[in-house]
Ligand binder design. Structure first.
Ligand code: SF4
Length: 335
């Protein structure tokens, strides 16, 4: 039987941004994403995890069609988006919605909640009359837990808390019935006490609506909670590359790449005894190399405590070592 193609696939995607060295200098390229292949099944979760500047947001925007890749392609249900006809492309653009990191900047301060949520409903002709519009907006507010909805309809963004604003942003994203939501650090700018509520809301919407997620985060704790609870896949990124990818449980409990180990170690341990007995891995350097001039060989070798000669010369490929669990590290590949 022929297997259905993934909902979204990135194949060998590279995104390079040109920058000029000095006023009249030569052009150099920031290799934000440097040859990444990932796939998101229908209703699935893929989490991109890594430090700031690793290329995860650029990859997310490329998958959402907001950035054109320098090389490689994005496929929606098996079809490259750059070869789509206008009508097909519009279906794809509607099917992939973004929830941005900053709920303060994502909402127009001059529009009420009703006006904000009405816009996509009118734009995509989901609601045609004023009555239908109001009913649909009320339903959306109830779905994202802003109740009683009548209390929120005429509020402006400045009258809402950070968590409430992010719920409005999520309501706007789901208003057009997307198949994939790119959630880019959706809890980073929200009070700690409200973060779990937003993650649970996103997971609940997946149950209810079957939405798939590309979840982007620098926080291993958030990646663990969201991806493991949703049974998804974690892809760990470093300087534009995926260095480890696998089912959440495998990456969390049996990490294969030293960089993943370090990310796990960075999560605060609430048990003081465990903290005292922990043997932290010491990085060779705390400086992240520039994506303008990334190191040769393994990009992590300037910081990796296990690096040896080969790591400085040859770049390790991403190889599947266990079912669905891949790593790019000579330490594991030489066995
Ligand atoms: Fe470290 Fe070498 Fe593995 Fe890179 S390839 S992570 S430098 S051991």
């Amino acid at each position: 039987m022929q297997q259905a193609s993934p909902l979204i696939e990135a194949r060998g995607v590279k995104v390079y941004f040109p920058v000029r060295k000095g006023l009249f200098g030569s052009i150099a390229y920031v290799r934000a994403v440097d040859g990444v292949s990932v796939a998101i099944p229908r209703g699935g979760i893929l989490t991109l995890l890594g430090e700031s500047g690793c290329g995860k947001t650029t990859l997310g925007k490329t998958i959402a069609g907001l950035i054109k890749p320098t090389a490689g392609e994005i496929l929606y249900k098996g079809k490259p988006i750059n070869r789509m006809r206008k009508k097909e492309y519009m279906v794809y653009r509607r099917s992939v919605q973004i929830v941005h990191q900053d709920p303060y900047a994502a909402l127009n301060p001059t529009k009420t909640v009703f006006q904000t949520l009405s816009f996509p409903l009118k734009r995509w002709k989901i609601a045609r009359s004023r009555r239908e519009l109001r009913e649909k907006v009320i339903e959306l507010l109830e779905t994202v837990g802003l109740t009683p909805p009548e209390d929120f309809l005429n509020k402006y963004p400045h009258q809402l808390s950070g968590g409430q604003r992010q719920r409005v942003v999520i309501a706007r994203a789901i208003s057009v019935n997307p198949e994939l939501i790119v959630a880019d650090e959706p809890i980073t700018m929200i009070d700690v006490s409200l973060r779990l509520g937003i993650l649970d809301l996103l997971l609940g919407l997946r149950e209810k609506l079957g939405t798939a997620y590309l979840f982007i985060t620098h926080d291993f704790g958030a990646a663990r909670y969201f991806t493991a609870k949703g049974g998804g896949v974690i892809a760990v990124m470093y300087l534009g590359k995926v260095v480890e990818m696998g089912p959440a449980e495998a990456v969390i409990h049996d990490p294969l790449h030293p960089y993943t180990d370090i990310l796990i170690q960075a999560v605060p341990e609430p048990d003081p005894d465990k903290m005292r007995n922990a043997k932290p891995i010491k990085l060779r350097s705390l400086d992240i190399p520039s994506p303008l001039n990334p190191p040769k060989g393994c990009k992590f070798h300037t910081r990796c405590p296990y690096a040896w000669e080969r790591c400085e010369k040859e770049e390790p490929p991403l190889v599947e070592l266990k079912p669905g669990h891949s790593v790019a590290c000579w330490l594991k590949l030489r066995r």
